[in-house]
Write a protein that binds this ligand. Structure first.
Ligand SMILES: NC(=O)c1ccc[n+]([C@@H]2O[C@H](COP(=O)([O-])OP(=O)(O)OC[C@H]3O[C@@H](n4cnc5c(N)ncnc54)[C@H](O)[C@@H]3O)[C@@H](O)[C@H]2O)c1
Length: 312
């Protein structure tokens, strides 16, 4: 993207801050964040740039959001409750922060005639798929977490708004995203736990959970290349999968050699209710448009451990 006015929701988060850095050179960026999980320090490198402005706002506040949409060319909608686990004890949070919030973004766009949206969806919309790697046309879609359900509902509204009001929409279904400034997920959890107690690492589930981890820069290059192309729905993942035990071993080796692993178990061997134990996405569709990942799953994990370890 070049020469656009881009509004990014969730800009102070992990993916948002990396995305803003990437697009800022050649575009004007309006950032919106309520700092529920995002941090100001993630935006340190952007401060003072004349093409960047930050608004501390909740995207569900439609009046305020609508004011910010004036003259915007593209919305990159990333704000969400990003933690699948939270929804079990607080079953409304995903609906509110992912579905209602997305509806608010779409309404603010409609009122201001903003015509392009890029959305961060998730592999969780596929539920527990019988086909691995899972392609975009897999069905029936039966999410097993409120998070997955709320993302699928958000995809539905994006589709209806696109059809009824002529928006261009691009829905990207991410595998687990890792890398610089990661805020949550298994690598961050393990590093934080070992900083508290360097002798024992508690691992949720039975350790055999096996998922695909994609580097945040590969996700961003995919979005830049693929938005507005094809039918507008793309998986963004990478080759290979990495088990939770492999990640535990790699984090221990870097952070606290000799620490013991304590398996905590969990529903069906997963880490929590709603965890999908095995996940990998078919990325052939994105590749057919010329996108290439730089790092496969375990290399992305290794790189993220290096990026995150010393800086937390
Ligand atoms: N990280 C992953 O592995 C992954 C995988 C699949 C999909 N996603 C999706 O990508 C997006 C970005 O995820 P992330 O990993 O950067 O998470 P993150 O928590 O680091 O970033 C989310 C940001 O949204 C902000 N936010 C939340 N609710 C808000 C609201 N109502 N109004 C304004 N700001 C709000 C938070 O403060 C935070 O800065 C999310 O939509 C997430 O569901 C992430």
């Amino acid at each position: 993207m070049k020469g656009k006015r881009i509004l990014i929701t969730g800009i102070a988060g992990f993916i948002g801050s990396n995305m803003a850095e990437y697009f800022l050179d050649e575009n004007e960026i309006i950032g919106v964040d309520n700092l529920s999980s995002g941090r100001m320090e993630n935006l340190r490198d952007l401060e003072g740039n004349k093409n960047f402005i930050l608004h501390i706002n909740d995207v569900k506040n439609n009046d305020e959001l609508s004011k910010l949409m004036k003259g915007v060319d593209v919305v990159i909608h990333l704000s969400a409750n990003p933690d699948v686990r939270v929804g079990y004890d607080d079953p409304i949070v995903d609906f509110r922060e992912n579905t209602v919030a997305t509806h608010s973004v779409l309404e603010a766009m409609r009122k201001n005639d903003v015509k392009e949206i890029i959305f961060s969806s998730s592999s969780t919309i596929y539920g527990i798929p019988t086909i691995l790697p899972t392609p975009e046309n897999y069905g029936p879609l039966k999410p097993v977490s409120h998070y997955g359900a709320s993302k699928l509902a958000a995809e539905g509204f994006i589709s209806s708004y696109s059809s009824m009001y002529g928006f261009t929409s691009s829905i990207f279904r991410f595998a687990n995203v890792v890398g610089k400034r990661g805020t949550h997920g298994v690598i961050v959890d393990f590093i934080n736990k070992l900083k508290k107690d360097g002798k024992v690492l508690e691992v949720l589930g039975d350790g055999t959970q096996s998922k695909s981890y994609v580097d945040v820069q590969d996700v961003i290059s995919g979005i830049d290349l693929l938005h507005g192309k094809g039918d507008g729905i793309f998986n963004l993942g990478t080759a290979g999968r990495t088990t939770v035990m492999e990640i535990a071993d790699l984090v221990i080796k870097k952070e606290s050699p000799g620490a013991r692993i304590k398996l905590m178990g969990g529903p069906g061997g997963g880490g929590w209710a709603g965890d999908v134990k095995v996940m990998s996405l078919d990325i052939k569709k994105a590749q057919s448009f010329g996108w290439k990942y730089r790092m496969e799953s375990t290399d992305s994990v290794r790189n993220a451990i290096e990026e995150l370890g010393d800086k937390r």
